[in-house]
Structure formats: C-alpha cells, structure tokens
Design a protein around this ligand. Structure first.
Ligand code: NAD
Length: 507
C-alpha cells in the first residue's frame, strides 16, 4: 500500500480571519473595540486579526476565573472528573492536530514538518497530567505532641496567569494549562500579540471538551497592556511565564506587590560541546537540529557550539557542507527544511546581530543574508548563518539572538570546555557529544544548566523537568514535581483527647 502524504498544506480560509477572544466560555471583543493583526511571515500580509484586550478585559477574565475557582461547578469536581476533561481535551487536540498545526505555522512561520509532529505529541501532556489529577495527596505526619493527628493536604492556588511567547504557543501553553487544571486551578492565558490564532483555536476545543465557564480564559493583547495588567492583578495567585529574560524581570517585580508566585522560563545561549571522539555526522545533525530548527527561535537553541581544536577544521567543513543543503521554503510545504523568522521586528533583530558579529571580527562561514531566491522575497527569511573564530567574550557569544545564527568556539581540553560553557548569564540547556561515558557524566555534573543532553539535542517530554539555572529562569515545568508548583500545602491538626487546662501553655 502506498501512503500519499500532502506536500503543501493550506489554510481553510481565503479571507482574513477575524477572531474573538474567550472569556467565561463566551467569544467576545475587547472592551475598547481595538484589534491586533497577525502577519503571515511567509507572505508578509495580515492573515488574521484578534481583539487587543487591555486591563478591563483582564479584569473580566480574572473575575470569571476567580468565580469558577471559588463557587463554580469546577470547585466541586473531583480529581477524577478533572482528569476526564483533560483526557477529552487531549482527544480533541489529536483529532484537530492538522488544523492547529496550520494555524500556528501561518502565525509564526515554523515548519509544518515540525508542527504536525508537535501537535500530535500535545495530547501526551493532557493525558500525563490527567493521570495526576486524582493522585494529588498530602501526608500523615508523626508530630512530637501526644494525642495529636497531623496531616497535610495539597490544595490548588486559585487563578493562574499564563503569559506565553510566539515561538511555540500551543506547546508552551499546554505545559502550564495541563498541570494547573489537573490540580484544580483556573487559568487566564495571555497569548503573544504576534501569534494569537493557534491558542484561540485551542480555546474552541476547551469549550467543546466541556470545561465549565471561567475555568480557562484567553485574553489576546499586547504585553505592556494585557500582560502587565495580568501580572499586576491582585487576584492572580501565580504567574507562569515563558518569554524573554527582560520581561521575566518585569513580571517578577510587578507580581511582587501581591506576592503572587512566579515560574519563569526565560532565554538561553546554550553550549553544544563537540569532543574529538564524537560521531561527527551525528554531531553535525545534532548541531543543525539544535540551532536551525524553528529558524533558531527556540529558548533551548544550541547557539554556541564549542568544538575541540583537533577536529575544528574537519567539523567546520562538514557543518558548512550540510548547512548549504538546507532547503528554505514555504513553511506549509512538507519538503521545506527551514521556514521564516516569526515577524518583522525579530527578522530585523537577527540581521542586526549578524552585523554585530561581523563588526566584532567573527568569520562568516555561511549565510548572513536574506536568501536570494525570488520565491522567498516576501518572507522574513534569514539564511542559516554560521560564524567561526568566535571568542566567548563577544556579544554574539553572550547575547541571545533567537534566530538561525550559530557561533563556533574552539576549546583545547575538558577544563576549558566547562569554563567556556558556564561563562554566560544563562543556564537553560547544554549538550555534550562524546563516546567517553565517564567524561559525558563528568560534563553533565559540571555544566550549570537545567537540561544536559548527551549525544542528542532538543529532546523534551511531559515527564521530564524543564527549566533554567541563573538568568534562564525560576522553577520547572513538566514532570511529576511540577504539581508542587501549582498547589499549596495546608497542615491540619486534630486533637484526639488532650484537655486544655492551662490556656497559656501551648506545648
Ligand atoms: P517576550 O518576553 O517579549 O514576550 C513573552 C510574552 O510576554 C508575550 O505574551 C508578551 O506579550 C508578554 N509581555 C511582554 N511585555 C510584558 C510585560 N511588561 N508584562 C507582562 N507581559 C508582557 O518574549 P518573546 O519575544 O515573545 O519570546 C522570546 C523569548 O522567550 C526568548 O527570550 C526565548 O528564549 C524565550 N523562551 C523561553 C522558553 C523557555 O522555556 N525557557 C521557551 C520559549 C521561549
């Protein structure tokens, strides 16, 4: 039997799609009537619009979420009931994976080839956390007081504000939504102003799955208005944020006034370290996957490649040769290997960094421009770009570009590799390519990063914690322990027979 695979996917709409946002299970406009535009980065044209929500809209959404949490039907649900709804959501995402993928590709220019796989993996997050919903329990504690029972319960926090970026809106929202809902919280999501569409498509599925009104709300809008209002709202008990380090800093300050918890997944400048005994073809593919997938717009991009001096020239030759074969093209075409940068501002930022690297004296080994092919002229494309002869003190080695730009740095021994790897404000991820198992584990223990891959790059799972050291973040997402980030502990004391004879003697 032959399987016919579509090569170029299409949006089901021909006209500009005007979305509404989702508050209290209703599709609504913003109170001000203002709208924002989403530009397809392949065509450079507006393909969708969405409400530009502001403080008033955030207030409505938080009010709905608070009511759902405190007195709504949701507040009476058992863990098993919450789990059943999450499982239903997972099934609906699986049924609609292709449409969700297309919506995100047209919003941010990521490859359909990657997004089809990613949207098919998303139900895994729903199912994993659905399984947690009825397993959240406290402990019975043996206290040092006679005739006393002490036990703890884990309770949800209340209203969670989820603020997400444009590079992977669906994935990064589900990382927050699934554990938050499994624990019984309610959520207000603030999508990036650049990519509202795929999350409003997700909102349709949340409604269809049967979540009660107010449990999940989506307020589209800009960061400085809607985002800031959410992080300052006194009824929001936690902000779960993914985005830039600068915004993370602001959100932490703004939410401090009402002591909301924060988890922050921020930027990176992750080292990808290649030893002389590595399988070089494998390492070359790992470097490409690490930095050119999603056009380099992933927080975990392996954007600093540290290469042992004995294999530097050989590695450069192989890397440049393979990079020159990368097929840039329509992100909706399954044959394309690299899509666009997500929007004009980001495209200009990437080109600015390429200029900075050249001015700093780095050697341009590949790319560096908008590609010449006429069919790519309207898109925000940047060629896969490689700089050699980089030293770790250069701005191009220290600052996050968030684009398809990789720098190559030589090292002579393990001590130098560790020192360069850790000489950064960030600490999100790292990889080590070597066949020496002892060295691999030594490196994993010495690198200051939340994730270390050995002989691979960019693997994540709902069951494995993800997050950053240093300026790359606070807290973790995914894995069993994330339930602690979405719950708080109550300690309950029960006296089984003491008589209080002296009210001024506590113990
Ligand atoms: P960003 O910080 O500009 O925006 C992220 C979100 O914050 C958006 O929804 C935006 O509207 C909102 N926002 C902006 N200003 C705000 C404010 N003052 N108050 C509240 N909200 C505000 O980031 P971005 O450009 O959308 O995303 C790229 C960044 O995200 C990169 O630095 C990347 O490394 C990081 N990122 C990190 C991870 C991770 O898991 N560590 C994953 C993906 C992306």
């Amino acid at each position: 039997m032959t399987t016919i695979t579509k090569t170029v996917y299409q949006l089901p709409y021909t006209e500009v799609k005007d979305y509404k946002m989702f508050i209290n299970n209703e599709w609504v406009e913003s109170a001000s009537g203002k709208r924002l535009e989403s530009v397809n980065p392949f065509t450079g044209k507006v393909w969708a619009t969405a409400p530009a929500g502001e403080k008033e809209d955030i207030d409505l959404a938080v009010k709905a979420a608070k009511a759902a949490f405190e007195t709504g039907e949701w507040s009476t649900y058992t863990g098993a009931q919450r789990g059943a709804l999450l499982r239903r959501l997972g099934d609906l995402i699986a049924e609609n994976a292709e449409h969700l993928a297309i919506s995100e590709v047209v919003d941010n220019g990521k490859l359909i080839r990657e997004m089809i796989g990613q949207t098919k993996s998303l139900p895994g997050w729903c199912y994993y956390f659905a399984g947690m919903a009825d397993k959240i329990h406290g402990e019975s504690i043996p206290v040092d007081v006679p005739n006393m029972i002490n036990y703890t319960v884990r309770e949800p926090l209340g209203v969670i504000g989820a603020i997400v970026p444009w590079n992977s809106p669906l994935l990064l929202t589900l990382w927050k939504l699934c554990p938050a809902l499994a624990a019984g919280n309610t959520v207000v999501v603030k999508p990036s102003e650049v990519t509202p569409a795929s999350l409003l498509e997700l909102a349709k599925l949340i409604k269809e799955a049967g979540f009660p009104a107010g449990v999940v709300n989506f307020v589209t809008g800009f960061g400085q208005t809607a985002g800031e209002a959410l992080s300052r709202h006194p009824d929001v008990r936690k902000i779960a944020f993914t985005g830039s380090t600068a915004t993370g800093r602001l959100i932490t300050k703004n939410s401090a006034d009402h002591f909301a918890r924060v988890t922050l997944e921020l930027g990176g400048k992750s080292p990808n370290i290649i030893y002389e005994d590595a399988d070089l073809s494998n390492a070359v593919n790992g470097v490409l996957a690490g930095v050119f997938a999603a056009s380099g717009q992933t927080c975990m991009a392996g954007s600093r490649v540290l290469v042992h001096e004995n294999i530097y020239d050989q590695f450069v030759e192989k890397l440049v040769a393979r990079t020159s074969q990368i097929k840039l093209g329509n992100p909706l075409d399954m044959e394309s290997e690299m899509g666009t940068v997500a929007f004009k501002g980001q495209y200009e930022k990437v080109l600015r960094y390429i200029k900075i690297a050249e001015d700093e004296g780095a050697t341009l080994l590949h790319g560096g421009n908008h590609p010449a092919a006429p069919e790519l002229k309207d898109g925000f494309f940047v060629e896969p770009t490689i700089f050699g002869d980089v030293t770790n003190d250069m701005r191009i080695a220290q600052e996050e570009v968030f684009g398809p730009v990789v720098v190559l740095i030589r090292f002579k021994d393990e001590a130098e590799a560790i020192s360069i790897a850790n000489d950064t404000e960030f600490g999100l991820a790292a990889a080590v390519w070597t066949k020496d198992v002892q060295r691999a584990h030594r490196m994993a223990s010495k690198i200051n990063a939340g994730t270390v891959w050995i002989n691979n790059y960019r693997k994540v799972s709902y069951s494995s914690p993800f997050g950053g050291y240093k300026s790359s973040g606070i807290g973790r997402e995914n894995g069993f322990n994330v339930m602690n980030e979405y719950t708080q502990v109550k300690s309950v004391w029960v006296d089984t027979g003491n008589i209080i004879t002296d009210p001024f003697k506590i113990l």
